[in-house]
Design a protein around this ligand. Sequence first.
Ligand SMILES: Nc1nc2c(c(=O)[nH]1)N[C@H]1C(S)=C(S)[C@@H](COP(=O)(O)OP(=O)(O)OC[C@H]3O[C@@H](n4cnc5c(N)ncnc54)[C@H](O)[C@@H]3O)O[C@H]1N2
Ligand code: MOO
Length: 390
Amino acid sequence: MITVDAALSHLFALVEPLEIEEVPLAEAAGRILARDVTARRDQPPFSASAMDGYALRGDEATPGARFTVIGEAAAGHGFHRAANAGEAVRIFTGAPLPEGATRVIIQEDVTRDGDTITLGADIGTKDHIRPLGCDFRQGQSITAPRALRPADIALMASMNIASVPVRRKPQVALISTGDELVMPGEAPGPDQIIASNTFGLKALLEARGARARILPIARDTVASLTTAFGLAEGADLIITIGGASVGDHDLVGRVAGDLGMDRAFYKVAMRPGKPLMAGRMGGAAMVGLPGNPVSAMVCGQVFVAPMINKMLGLGEGPAPRRETVLAAPLPANGPREHYMRARLTDAGLIAEDKQDSSLLSILAHSDALLVRPPHDPARDAGETVAYLPI
Ligand SMILES: Nc1nc2c(c(=O)[nH]1)N[C@H]1C(S)=C(S)[C@@H](COP(=O)(O)OP(=O)(O)OC[C@H]3O[C@@H](n4cnc5c(N)ncnc54)[C@H](O)[C@@H]3O)O[C@H]1N2
Ligand code: MOO
């Protein structure tokens, strides 16, 4: 058995950052920016009014001063003549400031009579002008790598970037193995259960930027598993679930080996998730996850998600941990790193009473995996512990 950290190093060695592709801006949300992009223009490209009112020379803006309105500037339609002494231009929010004007007086502070305006007694001190380039200047960068959020998409649109260099999405093939499994919606036989792991993992990995394909369930036969591996052709990462342990029907390691899988390791000192295996299989990385549903999901968080990150150009790093206090005491941990299902409360973290790795209902109502190092001693309420948010 190897440590979680050693397993992660092996897993990182199995994958590389994928190629870069250009996608239309409208499809770039959630993708990983692969190269820096730079603004193609200044924003705003001219000094613009921030309010509806009158543009005039700031040195003339005194309470009670009068001006002649000589024209109008609206957003998209500037007024292309200078405002001279004693002149004002009717202006609207977003309009270019006419030459000579250095201040906008909002219309609430002005009285107008025909083409004459008089400034009110309290016009404040603000100029209500957005200077040229005050948001960003041409050449300003958004640096890669970066997971693109809605605000980044808006910023790139404003920068006039219509197509975006992103990492190709990792293609993941998910194979459930076991005679006991049927797909959700099917009628299970008396000894059968529903395959849940592929669905949970697809959701987990797609939320992290991968594209996951659920293959037909492989039965516990060499022929069926061989067929399933064949269907995984073209994937960057092949994930099997179940059949990884030492039972007579646990065939994944053997069949993968026969098909040329170059095994990097088997078994990790963690709980749940001990019978994990991985290696290279043709052009793909292969990870064999344990079948117990919580084990598969925890391994997805701890191992597969960081592999996806590396493929997306986000570097090699473990699943990010946070710290908080315990709200209830914990007994000493055994020799394996334990990822305990736990709930975050106002008083701190509370580990679930039941930690069996078959209990999806407990996982679903947990929001943290409390990380216990191997041989961690008993802990009291109030002590600081590490956890993975899930
Ligand atoms: N003698 C030993 N027995 C077991 C050991 C061991 O070290 N010695 N390890 C145990 C641990 S820990 C785990 S985890 C499991 C892992 O076994 P497998 O990876 O071979 O998984 P299966 O036996 O195929 O299935 C285990 C369990 O999970 C259910 N399962 C499997 N696939 C799915 C799926 N896609 N969706 C929902 N549920 C699934 C399966 O029906 C079993 O109940 O081995 C222990 N045994
Ligand atoms: O490691 Mo198993 O994954 O403990 O249930």
